[in-house]
Write a protein that binds this ligand. Structure first.
Ligand SMILES: NC(=O)c1ccc[n+]([C@@H]2O[C@H](COP(=O)([O-])OP(=O)(O)OC[C@H]3O[C@@H](n4cnc5c(N)ncnc54)[C@H](OP(=O)(O)O)[C@@H]3O)[C@@H](O)[C@H]2O)c1
Length: 299
């Protein structure tokens, strides 16, 4: 099987390249711009993959508000270019979507969104990703849409850091941290996500699937747990979303759950706390006290 990975040097793209190993053909943004339909078709015809995984996105939430035309061109029409071209050569297409397609309907919601939940994005990022999902459903006969959230992993995107790494680094340098405590999500490790995407593709699962690590937390709880595991003492203050004064609105609750994984005999992912602990150790961000690691959050 040949699997084309678009966005191959991105955060998730690098882990996908590892799990698919010699089956993978990786294309970076320099190799291919998904907005250019002609180049996308040419790439499909040149490599003739069995599956294409499209990780390309504009996902900086504030940037999407400022430049919604660019966000739409990449997240929606660009994704449609990929789906159509893949369909033309008979390849399956996987599109990576987001928990930010949710959050707008019921502000007091506290039960995780499953695949059959009604979407209601609050910001341009969510709007353009939902548009991408819909275009893929109508452009490809063999599609897999994977919604995920709060990615962290050893490989980083162009920005060069992950949220837990940033928290630990800032705390170590003595910076006082303020982190929002009224946005709840399911943080997800990219290596776990990449392995699950591989399992889904190998099992020929199609349709819509939510893939996140188990459990949920606020960004504040996520940061506190990272500091606890890393063994860093720091002052960390929970703040409300308004404090950040962002332009984009963000979901107060967007944790995901999956019915589809179990129904297709694909394992659910481990708890986010366990994945975070392994990540911080591998990243060498855990401060060893007498060789004893601190425990992750209780399940
Ligand atoms: N990060 C998260 O927390 C998160 C949460 C939920 C869902 N997701 C989704 O997961 C996917 C992967 O996210 P990630 O964190 O791995 O992102 P990432 O590290 O930014 O990787 C995205 C890759 O796409 C490339 N790209 C951007 N515009 C492109 C274009 N027009 N044509 C071709 N390639 C382009 C980027 O290249 P350049 O950097 O060189 O432009 C980058 O290599 C995205 O679809 C995102 O919407 C992410």
């Amino acid at each position: 099987m040949t699997v084309m990975i678009i966005g191959a040097n991105g955060q998730l793209g690098q882990d996908l390249m590892s799990v698919f190993d010699d089956e993978a053909v990786g294309l970076t943004h320099d190799d291919l711009d998904v907005r250019d339909a002609v180049s996308v078709i040419a790439a499909m015809q040149a490599y003739r993959p069995d599956w294409v995984i499209n990780t390309a996105a504009v996902h900086n939430v504030e940037e999407c508000e400022r430049n919604s035309a660019l966000a739409y061109a990449v997240n929606a029409s660009g994704a449609c270019n990929v789906a159509r071209a893949a369909n033309e050569i008979g390849a399956g297409v996987a599109y990576i979507s987001t928990d930010y397609v949710f959050g707008g309907a019921v502000r007091s919601r506290r039960n995780p969104f499953r695949e059959d939940a009604t979407t209601h994005p609050l910001n341009m990022y969510g709007v353009t990703k939902r548009a991408g999902e819909r275009m893929i459903m109508t452009s490809s006969n063999r599609h897999l849409i994977v919604r995920t959230a709060g990615l962290f992993g050893l490989a980083t995107s162009r920005k060069g850091w992950t949220f837990p790494e940033l928290m630990v680094t800032k705390a170590r340098s003595g910076e006082q941290l303020r982190v929002v405590n009224d946005q709840v999500l399911s943080p997800t490790n990219t290596a776990d996500l990449a392995r699950t995407i591989r399992d889904l593709i190998q099992n020929e699962v199609t349709g819509l699937v939510h893939v996140t690590n188990e459990g949920e937390c606020s960004w504040y709880e996520f940061a506190c747990e990272a500091l606890k595991i890393a063994g860093v003492r720091a002052t960390i203050e929970p703040v409300q979303t308004e404090y950040a004064r962002d332009r984009a609105r963000r979901p107060s609750y967007s944790a995901l759950d999956s019915l589809t994984l179990g129904n297709n005999e694909v394992d659910r992912l481990r708890h986010w706390g366990e994945a975070l602990e392994q990540y911080l150790r591998e990243k060498d961000l855990v401060f060893h006290v007498g060789g004893t690691a601190r425990k992750a959050v209780p399940r």
